[in-house]
Design a protein around this ligand. Sequence first.
Ligand code: HEC
Ligand code: HEC
Length: 455
Amino acid sequence: MRTGPIRATVAAGFIGLAMSVTAATATPVVSKDAALPIGSELNEQLLNQPTELFAFDRAGGKRFYLFNLGDMLFSSSSIFGGKAADAGMSCNSCHQQGANNNKLFVPGLSARPGTFDTNGALFNAKADNGVFDPVTVPSLRGSKYLAPYGHDGRIASLREFIRNVIVNEFAGPEPSGQVLDALVTYVNEISFLPNEKMTSDGHLTVKASDAARRGEALFNKPFRTNASMSCATCHQADAAFIDRKVHDIGTGGYFKTKTLINAKYNAPYFHDGRFDTFDEVVGYFDQHYDLGLSPSEQSDLVAYLDTIGDADTPFTPNTVQAEVDELTAFASVLDVAIPARDKDVIRLAVDSVGVEWREVGEKFPDRRDTSVDGGLAERLKARASVRDLVLTLRRVAMAAEADDFVEAARLYDRYKKLVVAATPRLQLAEPWSLYNPRVHERHFAALRRLSELAK
Ligand code: HEC
Ligand code: HEC
């Protein structure tokens, strides 16, 4: 019950700049950012989201309960404790749609955007190792193939790694076996994105450029200083470009070989995120191993990394329909949890889906937001529909809490009908919402001006 009715009545929960704007307008806003140090950036207002693809999608399969549960939990802050829960953070805050949030920045815990010290004191005083050593947030695409886990490969089991994230890094309660199974199932399903320039066993296709082909040859060519070594001895093309080992390549210790699939979107590079581009990475290897690469060879190698690191559709626009689909999938765990009288899952689902719906509601600015003109009636109707949904959902949890599972099932049914009725209303208001790039731009420009004024 972390998010009570207070959050339900949040009128203008502008994320990111909320605190300063709140001060300026004296609106009674409960901002989740208030739990994080000033200057934190969660990068939540994405117009285009990293594309999310699951192994079963690629195999033509269907969603299933444990996966849906993991999907929902991945976006739930209720599995964490302390500051992370207060701040509304979830796995998804850092591993956005299973990719990396390369803008994530928490003062005191990040050295540069996209890095984070998981052993800092902010989220769990007990986890503090007293050293400021932020590392990049890795993409979880292809996680199934990327054991051992952690940049230093310290944990062989994905389950153990995730348990450690919840309990030790983010001060959450001991998760149930079901919660862990679900998250492991979900993470194992997060797939690499397809790339028409490369086959699944790492060979270039006819779509690859000549420069990339020359780069591939260099990638496989023995180093002049050590003939037993090439890029490919560690980054093995037919094994997701890894060798499942840790190496000291002069970056400050032993770290695991990184996959190069979809890596074009994984910057900043190396465990500490010291480099932003493949140019810099290749320059580093050339120097460290004294490879003697000419400038044109370096650029061919970069072309190769760009090619194998690419994805056909790296980003997908966020729309009302995409949100409705996602939240329908999250809530679908109630199809199983209510008949099973699983109060834990019911509570987690209601909390998590409720928070997400409120965030959807906030994408339809109310009349106080003068940066948006037009569609006010539509926007207000959209907000009202969302409010209805959230309240009905909350009543599902209350009925379950009172052991009235018949009533919970009836209310959940009502909730599903409300979603069907709300969808066209949300879509009608979509042109005047933050789903529209133009409105989004004006809204955040206005917020930035407000926060400047408040300084
Ligand atoms: C505040 C940001 C943050 C949150 C929240 C977070 N992670 Fe991470 N995650 C990281 C960072 C940073 C690393 C690298 C840590 C390391 O190397 O020790 C990481 C590493 C991982 C890895 C290892 C990947 C690999 O290839 O080695 C997995 C799996 C993972 N996280 C899953 C999760 C799950 C599941 C959750 C939610 C229960 C979660 N993370 C929450 C930042 C975060
Ligand atoms: C001895 C094994 C080894 C060799 C040889 C090697 N790498 Fe790596 N590579 C690694 C390791 C380990 C890391 C991660 C280092 C870190 O995190 O600090 C890495 C990281 C990278 C990254 C950054 C990926 C990311 O997401 O951070 C790229 C790109 C890369 N290597 C390309 C190459 C190229 C190109 C060559 C050949 C010039 C090469 N590697 C040779 C082991 C190797």
